[in-house]
Design a protein around this ligand. Structure first.
Ligand code: SF4
Length: 454
């Protein structure tokens, strides 16, 4: 595919030593969730903010990290879903209020953000960014009206609940002496807690703790929150149990394969999706080629069911970013050509099955089919290990406008196949997706339901 979310958050408090290198490493581990900007905010009673546009390695190099003091820290990697991608909108945000500093980082989207911002502006509030995150911070400050060091875990949760229910928000705050973290009651985005030798931490994915010495890793449930202090932590519930809406795209594309998101391993889930896709959409071919990297696990699943050999017929250039993470259609197309390179001996004279995790705009697939033909493929069949994406996302994933969705432009598979210039195209069915994930507890909103489009 390529879609794009998203953001990654990391935060915590050291039991001894400075936190900045730990946050920096956590952000390295979360880089796949956003590559436009990176930042961290660290300190104890006072905080310093360091952020900018670009990758973690460029914005937060060791030379910058070595001078950052403090045991408390939060960090963020960003891809803009709300607000433009300039440095001002990079996170964390930090403000001074009643002589104390407070910082916030957020992954997700706020429901009715535009209306809420307008309302606050009419009440005299000033915003320096166009991001939802600043609005969350201002709302919490406005309701609580007391020094951030006195903020209680549950009262902040109540403000979030009263004002942002229905949105997707995994949020982390740094206040003097504490880190507070929240996962929204519907649970769209993941959030994890780690008790480690080094201290206590939270992050968007458990793979962000790989550089630590973990003692215990806990997935924070929807509607739960975490308070971390210098020598202790507390996990509690701030919202009643409700029906969950965990984003299946976390498994299909966003999260790292070694993460265990929403109670299941991401890589193994993708293998299951590939198996199911092969079961539903058999094809006679000589070789299965994964669209690297995100289609690799699904291709393995496809091979497992179909018994067609797997080969790396496409080489992924790791020195360019994920296509989905490059905003703008023209940039994305150029990105495909720079990113995927065919390995001719694998392809020449063969009937190929190309397996990818999803098909959103069609830019990547069309370009890759052309590459395959140029490299001498006899037939090119596309198999997609998720259903058709037919709607945009209101919860922080940058699924394009409906007009940009390939499924919207080509209602019938025959037309889509012609456009992509493939010999056949087939998707995992919606029922197949539900067989893998289960009927309830998931957000499937952007996928096509039972419709027969053949
Ligand atoms: S609409 Fe799609 S991308 Fe958005 S949260 Fe739901 S499943 Fe995820």
């Amino acid at each position: 595919m390529k879609l794009h979310e998203e953001c990654g958050i990391f935060g915590g408090i050291m039991t001894s030593g400075v936190v900045a290198p730990i946050v920096q490493n956590g952000l390295f581990m979360l880089q796949h969730r956003g590559q436009e900007s990176a930042g961290l905010c660290c300190g104890d009673e006072d905080f310093s903010l360091h952020k900018g546009k670009g990758l973690v390695m460029h914005v937060l190099p060791d030379s910058r990290i070595k001078d950052i003091r403090g045991k408390i820290g939060i960090g963020h990697v960003r891809y803009s879903t709300q607000g433009c991608s300039d440095t001002l909108n990079a996170q964390p945000f930090m403000v001074r209020y009643l002589n104390e500093k407070v910082s916030i980082a957020h992954n997700g989207n706020v429901k009715s953000a535009i209306e809420m911002r307008k309302k606050l502006e009419h009440e005299g509030e000033i915003f320096v960014t166009s991001s939802d995150t600043e609005m969350i911070m201002k709302k919490v400050i406005k309701v609580l009206c007391k020094p951030p060091s006195q903020w209680e875990l549950k009262e902040v949760g109540q403000v979030l609940l009263d004002n942002f229910t229905g949105g997707a928000w995994s949020i982390v705050f740094a206040v003097p002496g504490k880190v507070l973290a929240y996962r929204d009651p519907l649970g769209f985005r993941p959030l994890f807690f780690c008790e480690a030798e080094e201290g206590f931490f939270v992050a968007s994915e458990d793979s962000a703790f790989r550089h630590l010495e973990p003692i215990n890793i806990i997935e924070i449930e929807p509607g739960e929150c975490v308070e971390i202090t210098y020598n202790n932590y507390k996990i509690s519930r701030f919202a009643k149990e409700t029906k969950h809406k965990k984003c299946v795209f976390e498994h299909i594309y966003f999260s790292r394969p070694d993460s265990n998101v929403f109670g299941r391993n991401v890589y193994m889930t993708r293998v299951e999706l590939g198996k199911k896709c092969a079961e539903e959409n058999p094809v006679k071919a000589d070789v299965v080629i994964p669209v690297m990297d995100s289609g690799f696990a699904a291709a393995n699943g496809f091979v497992h069911h179909s018994n067609i050999p797997l080969h790396m017929g496409l080489l992924r250039n790791h020195w360019v970013g994920r296509t989905f993470i490059v905003p703008g259609q023209k940039n994305r197309k150029n990105g495909v050509q720079r990113k995927q390179m065919p390995i001719k001996p694998v392809i020449e004279g063969k009937k190929i099955v190309l397996v990818d995790d999803s098909l959103v705009r069609g830019t990547t697939s069309k370009e890759i089919v052309r590459m395959m033909r140029k490299a001498g493929a006899k037939e090119v069949h596309i198999r997609i290990a998720s259903p058709r994406v037919v709607d945009t996302c209101f919860w922080g994933v940058d699924i394009p406008t409906k007009q940009e969705l390939i499924a919207d432009s080509y209602e019938f598979i025959a037309d889509l196949t012609k456009f992509i210039e493939a010999d056949s195209v087939a998707y995992l069915s919606f029922d197949g997706l539900k067989d893998v994930f289960g009927k309830t507890g998931w957000c499937y909103n952007c996928f096509e339901r039972e419709k027969n489009y053949d």
